[in-house]
Design a protein around this ligand. Sequence first.
Ligand SMILES: NC(=O)C1=CN([C@@H]2O[C@H](COP(=O)(O)OP(=O)(O)OC[C@H]3O[C@@H](n4cnc5c(N)ncnc54)[C@H](O)[C@@H]3O)[C@@H](O)[C@H]2O)C=CC1
Ligand SMILES: O=C(OP(=O)(O)O)[C@H](O)COP(=O)(O)O
Length: 352
Amino acid sequence: MSVKVAVNGFGTIGKRVAEAVLKQDDMTLVGVTKTKPDYLAMIASRMGSLYVPEDRVEKFQKAGIEVQGTLKDLLEKVDLVVDATPGGVGKEYKPLYEKFGVKAIFQGGEKHEVAGFSFSTLCNYEEAEGKQFARVVSCNTTGLLRLICALRNHFKVKSVRATIIRRGADPAETKKGPINAIVPNPVTLPSHHGVDVRTVLPDLDVQTVAAVVPTTIMHSHVLNVRFEEPVTREDVLKVLEEAPRILVIPSELSGVKDTAKIIELARDVGRKRYDLYELAIYEESVSVEGDELFLMQAVHQESIVTPENVDAIRALTGLVSKEESLKKTDSTLGIVRSFSELIERAASNYGK
Ligand SMILES: NC(=O)C1=CN([C@@H]2O[C@H](COP(=O)(O)OP(=O)(O)OC[C@H]3O[C@@H](n4cnc5c(N)ncnc54)[C@H](O)[C@@H]3O)[C@@H](O)[C@H]2O)C=CC1
Ligand SMILES: O=C(OP(=O)(O)O)[C@H](O)COP(=O)(O)O
């Protein structure tokens, strides 16, 4: 069985999810939507996959960009739509998805209530099966949940406290900032991230604070996790190194000690768009004092939710189990299980 997929909103997230869907042997990308002519619309049109809102057809015709049809034409052809429109726009489309009887996956810019179910592969894949709607939680929340659920699989987690250092804008965004400030986000504590984590793990004692800083390449987190019993650093590192989609980076040995170097690493190992689907954890930052864990991690905001969207498609349509989806998604996206595997692949692919 092949799930027929549409991507509504071919932007930062949508273009990555569309490309990931094209790599799956159990999915078919039927089309993507754009609202204004640009180079991505030209690419989608040349792929024979461009659909536009009804009131925009003439605009694309005037721009000389052939469209395959309207959004409604597209929704008639698919089983599921990945809504990757700007935050808050997905909510406006929900009635249309309901009218066409298609499943829909929303993104983190929508409120939990829009889908009524928030998704994170490692935490609640099985609960998604059979649902019509799901929200893939945003990049920061995905990073937090990936760590927390990896730890919860092996230890009794008592509480989580996290400081989120948010990137001010994506590299292509020129209207956001700050350029020269550290902005509490919000100044009243806590930030929305802890609330978002609890949409997936309602029972967890988690609190987060956030600030926005002048960078575009990655988010960073400073975490404190308390356990019911004392743990050892060795045991924690073993769990993190074996967990899916977590990359423990030996910073001293590799020289990868900050987000700029992490992105340069992703570029040097040949990741398209320097996408790092994996949550990056600085190995040397992992420290344990009795029942308390401290660590620092970094999130490539533009790509970390890509594998989660692919898994959400399988979870909603009941295609395969979580383990099977993890395996297929990670294999097709080239996601590695360890830093050494990343280096191995870089060496074997160098110059190819
Ligand atoms: N950019 C990021 O780092 C992350 C974004 N997200 C979430 O993903 C969602 C999409 O965000 P981005 O991809 O960054 O946005 P984006 O602005 O890069 O792309 C949005 C796309 O939707 C199109 N669009 C705009 N208005 C539309 C409308 N009314 N109907 C149909 N399409 C429309 C735009 O032309 C663009 O192609 C948001 O909910 C956001 O919060 C989640 C994780 C990370
Ligand atoms: O950081 C993000 O959301 P999050 O802080 O809710 O995880 C996403 O990258 C979206 O950020 P934006 O709202 O600055 O586009």
